[in-house]
Design a protein around this ligand. Structure first.
Ligand code: FAD
Length: 480
């Protein structure tokens, strides 16, 4: 029998739920990836994520060819392209790895209907997470809304069902791939799909993911300490690979657990595993509470009146462009704008600054991150923003407001990160660099820095902003 595996954000050919199922159930397995015009058309022509996907597609095709198959690549609307291809190939079923974002869920429901109308099956399999939204529940069989008990229940469930982490092997069934036709067209170039040529922002594809993971495993024992310091190479940087499925979550969790068991991972491996569980926690929250896409997780927080009008627009633009006058915030935004990555500590600092120092609606910041982040993921981004804005589940309490200067002194004590991303301040000492407006102007001038010319004065005074935020959030206190 014939089947078609439709790749989306699972761009690998090992430990792959849909590929494994197709290869074990049928003896002519075709593979397709569709450049979705609905997603790609609005993106800038030099989008880094498209470069990453494009490079990962080449790596996937090469691996499938090594196994005896190949990747068919199409462009257009999947709802038209996939049923047409399924008919052309005469397959009985289309298999995918489940995608839980609301728009993907809606599209897949329509896909199932269209295929069913032609007498074909649509099979969606768990692959992207260890546990789906209904698999880790409270004693009352409801969803969790606090992370730590969720994590404990998640770990307990895994301990009782270790088979959940079993791999979905591919290579031993490779004889069931449909071989590439002699006239198979070459993969489209970036230009052919309408984008500017360029390198991916980080090593792409399965081999890129594995090389990065191997490098991280050597550093994992120190993760618990190093992960908070943006100038250090303390985290895995695997988020983009998790986003596009060039690595397997089961493979990562298995490795972390082995390192916990044999002691090689120190405490770092278990702290890192917690972060992977945060990813599933937010995916569960989004699937269970889809209103979070547009509203606060806690409805009382929808009463907050954020700043609006031209002044707010100007503040927002200054934040986006890294011109707030707070060096750590500006350095973080420069990193985001220039590379598409931002360190987790700095995502918290910049999100807190936008919502609690500038009083701007978290949804505006969330959308900006969505445009820029290479690892943009609706569930984690929304969860992170609602955490920082205090509107989310298990969020930072609203009266706890990060001080952008003390965060800078604590997490970039020597100013190394700031110096890298805000070269205008490179000549300042570790003591001066966190709050240059507090340094005597002549001292700054001796170092070649004039505030207002080389680097902005702070947009707001943190103490006053903090007071306004406490007033703004008072509506929540009244509602509670
Ligand atoms: P590591 O520290 O190596 O962590 C390993 C993996 O665990 C990450 O790759 C990621 O998949 C997961 N993870 C880590 N921290 C979190 C977290 N707090 N929530 C959910 N998953 C986590 N992460 C995204 O993947 N996409 C986003 O769009 C995103 N937006 C964010 C927005 C804000 C405001 C905040 C505060 C956090 C956001 N995060 C997001 C979470 C986190 O910042 C990134 O996952 C992390 O910085 C990626 O770097 P890493 O791969 O080196 O992480």
């Amino acid at each position: 029998s014939n089947s078609l595996v439709w790749f989306r954000r699972d761009l690998r050919a090992f430990d792959h739920a849909a590929l494994h199922r197709a290869l074990t159930a049928s003896n002519r397995v075709h593979c397709v990836f569709v450049y979705d015009s609905g997603i790609l058309d609005p993106l800038p022509r030099d989008d880094r994520r498209v470069r990453f996907i494009h490079a990962s597609i080449a790596s996937l095709d090469a691996e499938l060819r090594r196994l005896g198959g190949h990747l068919i690549v199409r462009q257009g609307r999947p709802l038209e392209v996939v049923p047409a291809l399924a008919a052309e190939l005469g397959v009985e079923a289309v298999l995918v790895c489940a995608d839980y974002e609301p728009e993907a869920v809606e599209r897949d429901a329509q896909m199932a209907e269209r295929l069913a109308a032609d007498g074909r099956k649509f099979l969606s399999l768990k692959d992207q997470v260890v546990f789906e939204k209904d698999e880790v529940l409270t004693l009352a069989k409801g969803p969790f809304s606090v992370f730590t008990p969720y994590k404990n229940a998640w770990l307990k469930r895994l301990a009782s069902m270790p088979e959940t982490l079993a791999s979905y092997p591919v290579d031993q069934y490779a004889h069931n791939f449909a071989p590439p036709p002699l006239d198979a067209p070459a993969l489209p170039s970036l230009e052919e799909i309408g984008f500017a040529p360029g390198e991916p922002p980080l090593p792409a594809g399965m081999e890129g993911a594995e090389a990065m993971f191997e490098d991280f495993v050597r550093r994992i024992a120190d993760y618990g300490r190093a992960r908070d310091f943006p100038a250090q190479d303390g985290t895995s940087r695997l988020s983009v690979h998790l986003r596009f499925g060039t690595t397997s979550i089961r493979h990562l969790v298995r490795t972390a657990r082995q390192m916990m068991e044999n002691g090689a991972g120190g405490t770092g491996a278990s702290v890192w595993l917690s972060e992977l569980i945060w990813r599933e926690f937010y995916a569960m929250i989004l699937a269970r509470h889809p209103h979070v896409v547009h509203q606060s997780f806690k409805p009382a927080f929808d009463a907050i009146e954020w700043e609006s009008g031209m002044d707010a627009d100007e503040l927002f633009a200054a934040w986006c462009e890294g011109r707030t006058g707070y060096p750590l915030v500006d350095a973080a935004m420069a990193q985001l704008n220039r590379t598409g990555f931002m360190h987790n500590r700095l995502r918290m600092v910049t999100a807190s600054f936008l919502t609690k120092d500038l009083g701007i609606d978290w949804r505006r910041g969330e959308r900006y991150f969505a445009l820029k982040l290479n690892d943009y993921e609706l569930a984690s981004n929304n969860g992170g923003w609602q955490w920082a804005a205090s509107t989310g589940c298990d969020a930072q309490p609203w009266f706890r407001i990060f001080n952008p200067v003390s965060q800078s002194q604590r997490f970039d004590a020597h100013g190394e990160f700031i110096r890298e991303w805000v070269p205008a301040l490179a000549s300042l000492s570790a003591k001066e660099i966190h709050a240059p407006w507090l340094v005597a102007q002549d001292v700054l001038a001796d170092k070649g820095v004039v505030l207002g010319r080389d680097y902005p004065f702070p947009l707001v005074e943190h103490g006053a902003a903090r007071k306004r935020t406490l007033e703004r959030f008072a509506v929540v206190k009244k509602a509670a």
